[in-house]
Design a protein around this ligand. Sequence first.
Ligand code: ADP
Length: 404
Amino acid sequence: MDTILVVNAGSSSVKFQIFSVEGEGRLRRQIKGQMDGIGSRPRLRASGAIGESLAERAYPIEAVPDVPAAMAIAADWLRDEHRIQPIAVGHRVVHGGSEYEGPVLIDHGVLARLERFMGLAPLHQPHNLAPIRSILVKFPTLPQVACFDTAFHRTHAAVADHYAIPHQLHAEGVRRYGFHGLSYEYIAKTLRQVAPEIAPRRVIVAHLGSGASMCALKDGRSVESTMGFTALDGLPMGTRPGQLDPGVVLYLISEKGMSASNVQKLLYRDCGLKGLSGISNDMRELQASENPRAKLAIDYFVYRIGLSAGMLAAAMQGLDAFVFTAGIGENAVNIRGRVVEQLGWLGATLDPDLNGRNAQVISRSDSRIPVYVLPTDEELMIAQHTLSLLKSTPASTVKPARLS
Ligand code: ADP
């Protein structure tokens, strides 16, 4: 069985999925797993195609010191216990800079270019690249493909790509990149299947997970995003603040004497729903809480989604559909209901019954614009990109060798 391994490596975990390549290039998810607790309490957990548990085991801390070690354990487990030796590996890489408009087959030159973007995403890029580097060294002929969170937004016009800062900084790479691109690309593709009459029109997609952003799609292409230079901007998130006056950062440094790394920690780990509520970054916990600060955090989240919808609709000069996706967007009935209320002036009317049933369309039949709930699947998008790049690359360039 030919398989593709999809890897999403973070600072303390490596998530992986295995897709089998079926007839006519269709992909079927076979295994979903993760090595987490790297450097603290390493654990391997994995489940099969119908959610059955395949592994749940702990490792001594010294056996899994870093991301490459975690990747090696996962690869050994796949090979030894499931006889899986993928024909290619697709990686989620947060930053493709302004250079990459789509996925790319990795070689040493590409890896060196991606390393240059580490400074643009210091918390993600080094971890994304670590397993790529170790696989490239151990299995130099195994095809690896990098799929970027930024690539889908490279269609932005110059006004959406710039900050009003001196040109030199823009040239250096200080731009509005936008993120969650693999999720938006998947949703744009899904819309073409489920609503072909809507897909070419003006659509806002709200990716509401632990990280959250919104994207304006025109004819299936990204024209604007709430995120910019980093994944901090835009909507409030689990632990990130979203839009923030840069003067706040200056205040933290000059008046509170905070170091750059402490400001970074505050902005990435202690703000957003967690900071505002003082309770949790998890939307379910906030919804279950009676605490007024939990209520304020949810109110703020809903309010900022409404504000951002106005901004993105303005970027497209109108709105023809709205899509919810990711953990909160796919599951939080109450939040969706409140957001759709905010979209009333843009022509959306909720059908509470359909919303309560997590239906694909949750707007009333007489709503001027339809509102969809579409589950996202970034990993499938990565597997599809990996397979199509593999197929379109001349055999002389790629000599498949298996991970073993
Ligand atoms: P990520 O992949 O970015 O870690 P997810 O897309 O899984 O995040 O989304 C995680 C968020 O979704 C959490 O805030 C979680 O509370 C929220 N969530 C998941 N299920 C529900 C639910 N049934 N109701 C409310 N929020 C939910």
